[in-house]
Design a protein around this ligand. Structure first.
Ligand SMILES: CC(C)(COP(=O)(O)OP(=O)(O)OC[C@H]1O[C@@H](n2cnc3c(N)ncnc32)[C@H](O)[C@@H]1OP(=O)(O)O)[C@@H](O)C(=O)NCCC(=O)NCCS
Length: 166
């Protein structure tokens, strides 16, 4: 594999991101099978706050999306991380971690106050994510809902994702 670079998506990337997301989630037991459609819909809705691709010399091999969330206490400036996808044959080579670190750094630069996600309790704590009982997300096992404060106080309330997540 050649060197990986990370950059914001361009309109020409949309189709490849769709294919990549579909392939990455295909065999995941927790997948709804519609993650690629969620990315398309976020883009169509203007809710794709940050969309980064990882590419090698030939093709896009990874992608990460961030979109706005709302919190019932009225706190502004929080975002949801995901979906994040790496081409299946390339899992475990550090591409996902680079996308997540760069994504968090870029969101901080954009002024984000915090990030939430629904995901593995083994993978995401290494980036600073942790479950906090002050932030709730109905319908998912509690511990998988994790957050990272970038600036300010920890909000207290129920989180809702952008409409594209259904
Ligand atoms: C999750 C994903 C983006 C990580 O990308 P990656 O390039 O494989 O990740 P990295 O190589 O940076 O990190 C690999 C590490 O993450 C761990 N990991 C990745 N996904 C994991 C998961 N769902 N559950 C537990 N651990 C996971 C690996 O076991 C490995 O751990 P180690 O460093 O202790 O050996 C990639 O595996 C992927 O596309 N998965 C399918 C889609 C998906 O599950 N997205 C996230 C939904 S929450």
């Amino acid at each position: 594999m050649s060197a990986i670079t990370i950059r914001p998506e361009t309109p020409a990337d949309a189709e490849r991101i769709h294919t990549l997301t579909q392939a990455a989630f295909r065999d995941m037991p927790f997948s709804d099978g519609d993650e690629q459609d969620v990315v398309d819909q976020l883009r169509a809705d203007g809710d794709l706050t940050l969309s980064l691709v990882a590419e090698d010399a030939e093709r896009i091999v990874g992608h990460i999306a961030f979109s706005p969330v709302t919190i019932s206490d009225g706190t502004q400036g929080w975002y949801g991380l995901g979906p994040v996808s790496v081409w299946p044959e390339l899992h475990g080579q550090g591409i996902g971690s680079r996308l997540i670190r760069r994504g968090i750094a870029d969101m901080r630069t954009l002024g984000a106050k915090g990030v939430v996600l629904l995901g593995s309790t083994e993978f995401y704590p290494r980036f600073g994510f942790a479950h906090d009982p002050q932030l709730t997300y109905p319908g998912a096992p509690t511990e998988y809902f994790q957050c990272l404060v970038l600036e300010g106080a920890m909000p207290r309330g129920q989180v809702a994702y952008a409409p594209a997540f259904g």
